[in-house]
Design a protein around this ligand. Structure first.
Ligand SMILES: [Fe+2]
Length: 389
């Protein structure tokens, strides 16, 4: 988690009396990770967060991996997955393993109920659109280019003000900022490509009129144990008057990622933005090219011997690839090399820079391809490195 944050009203000392204007105690909730040994936040509710009036049925949400075929490079044109609708129910999972899952969603409307992913951190990359993530922690406006990190267990609503296409990454472990970007106190170091100032944290619109203290029934959908449970809460979940701690949703815009460049080609770790157990997330942003007089800016061929590499193409001409479009996902599995397409290494020489924008996920265990991805697959991609001049 990025740093300590405090919002709204909280008592002087934790676990002490803190009363509502009517004399009742506020209901304290410790929202922590790794038992009581990890990072936590402490929230103060108007009503008990435990008050549930009804429990609905359990609905399984199985993923559908394809029958695994031969090892090959894959290309999925996700821009063709145009079905739009609900911010949660319209999610289409495309790739996954036991550590992490990736999908896309086109959210055309806001949510009428609240949602909690109780088993995974979520990272939403906002490709297009804008809106507000409303949660127990306050309001977090988002727009194009934002990474929105939502810790597991956060109750939220995704409010859409403009149809929003987002890339979804769900992690079974906490999504964090790489340790090598931080000093021994947790502060981000000078060599890190972004720092705390670039990170946006939720706030209350008006600490006096917030929170929502409505006591009508309110539906909450919880994702856990490979399915969904619907609870009816006895009050609105966003009844928090204040909180502090290290666990909260936050946003970081990819345009605030300051690229690290060099005289010769810099390897993907310079683009790293987030880390989870079994995977890393990198941001490829517009940047100046390498400036050694004989530099080849395009990447060299490489065998990612023990990792699967996934690229999601956001904007611009990706310098080393042909046939790729906005919204394309390529999957280069471990076991076979990949590299620049024919002619692109030569074409990159002498160019001053690139306007490409892409998000990369490398996983350290093999990914399975899920069925929605195969419906938009470019099956010729494996052969796209043949030089047919
Ligand atoms: Fe690569």
């Amino acid at each position: 988690m990025p740093f300590y944050v405090r919002r709204g009203q909280i008592p002087h000392k934790r676990h002490t009396q803190f009363r509502r204007p009517d004399g009742e105690l506020y209901k304290e909730e410790v929202f922590g990770t790794k038992g009581f040994s990890g990072v936590e936040s402490i929230l103060y509710h108007v009503h008990p967060p435990t008050a549930v009036r009804g429990v609905g049925d359990f609905r399984e949400a199985p993923l559908h991996p394809e029958d695994e075929g031969p090892l090959r490079h894959r290309h999925f044109r996700t821009g063709q997955l145009t079905a739009s609708g609900h911010p949660i129910e319209s999610r289409q999972y495309l790739l996954g393993n036991d550590d992490v899952k990736m999908g896309v969603c086109v959210a055309a409307r806001s949510m009428e109920y609240a949602y909690k992913n109780a088993e995974a951190d979520e990272l939403l990359f906002i490709h297009e659109g804008e809106g507000t993530l409303r949660s127990v922690f306050g309001n977090l406006p988002f727009h194009e280019g934002d990474y929105v990190v939502i810790p597991a267990g956060t109750i939220y609503q995704f409010e859409v003000t403009r149809t929003t296409r987002y890339l979804l990454i769900e992690s079974q472990s906490p999504i964090d900022i790489p340790k090598r970007y931080r000093n021994e106190y947790g502060q981000m170091l000078e060599h890190a490509p972004f720092c705390e100032r670039d990170i946006r944290v939720p706030d209350y619109a008006d600490p006096v009129s917030d929170p929502v203290s409505d006591t009508s029934d309110f539906p909450l959908l919880i994702k856990a144990r490979n399915g969904f449970t619907r609870l009816t809460l006895a009050h609105h979940p966003f009844d928090v008057v204040g909180w502090d701690g290290y666990v909260y949703p936050y946003a970081f815009n990819i345009e605030d990622f300051e690229p690290i460049t060099g005289r010769i080609h810099q390897p993907p770790p310079v683009h790293q933005t987030f880390a989870g157990e079994g995977f890393v997330i990198c941001s490829f942003v517009p940047r100046l090219f390498d400036y050694h007089p004989e530099a080849i800016p395009a990447p060299y061929n490489h065998s990612n011997i023990d990792s699967d590499e996934v690229l999601y193409y956001v904007r611009g001409n990706f310098m080393s690839r042909k046939g790729i479009e906005v919204g394309s996902i390529t999957l280069h599995p471990s076991g076979i090399p990949h590299g620049p397409h024919p002619g692109t290494a030569e074409a990159s020489i002498g160019k001053p820079g690139t306007e490409e924008l892409a998000v990369m996920m490398d996983t350290f265990r093999p990914l399975k391809v899920l069925q929605p991805a195969t419906t938009v697959e470019d099956t010729n991609y494996m052969f796209s490195w043949l030089d047919e001049k």
